[in-house]
Design a protein. Structure first.
Length: 188
């Protein structure tokens, strides 16, 4: 099983721009220990240039670096924050959502838990889908299939969750229906 986390930040930027049409500066919180983050940052900077959005950067690889990272993004006048996919960030969704709200920064992450925890929105593949597909692979292997012969699979479904309470707290009006009417779930 694989995912498209590296490409999701581009769509997340588009979603933020849809909610914040005047978005001109977006912050990125990345984990300096995550080897995939520099390549994602490069792609996001290029996409931002095409959209007229400047990207500013902060790093957080420990719990104590999250608050200073968001404070730096706020000082840099970021209007929103994209969080790159990361196991550490996934473990800190509640704290990150609270800090983003404290600094009045709209934010997006790949896991629905983030929007449920108070982040503005999440956009990503439902993780439960990967577990279900992994079970079918286990079944095939148990029945004799060679693992090397099984194809890689990418997600076929993505979920957008917007926390309406957070949007209201941030003074945002969410266009409805949002994003071509293809919204998977609204959270309140």
């Amino acid at each position: 099983m694989t995912d498209t986390v590296a490409d999701l930040s581009l769509k997340q930027l588009e979603l933020l721009k849809g909610i914040l049409p005047r978005l001109s500066r977006v912050g990125v919180l990345l984990n300096p220990d995550n080897m995939s983050h520099p390549a994602q940052l490069t792609r996001l900077v290029l996409a931002g240039q095409k959209m007229g959005v400047q990207v500013v950067l902060a790093e957080a690889g420990t719990v104590t670096q999250i608050e200073p990272g968001f404070a730096l993004l706020a000082r840099e006048r970021a209007h929103a924050v994209v969080l790159f996919g990361d196991t550490f960030f996934a473990q800190q969704v509640h704290g990150i959502a609270n800090v983003a709200l404290k600094h009045r920064l709209s934010s997006v992450f790949i896991l629905q838990d983030y929007a449920d925890a108070g982040g503005l929105m999440s956009f990503g593949a439902p993780i439960i889908d990967n577990f279900r597909r992994a079970a079918t692979y286990v079944d095939k292997i148990v029945k004799g299939a060679a693992p090397a012969q099984l194809p890689f699979e990418q997600p076929t479904r993505y979920s957008l969750v917007i926390n309406a309470k957070t949007a209201k707290t941030l003074g945002l009006t969410i266009p409805h229906p949002f994003w071509d009417g293809r919204i998977a779930l609204w959270s309140s």
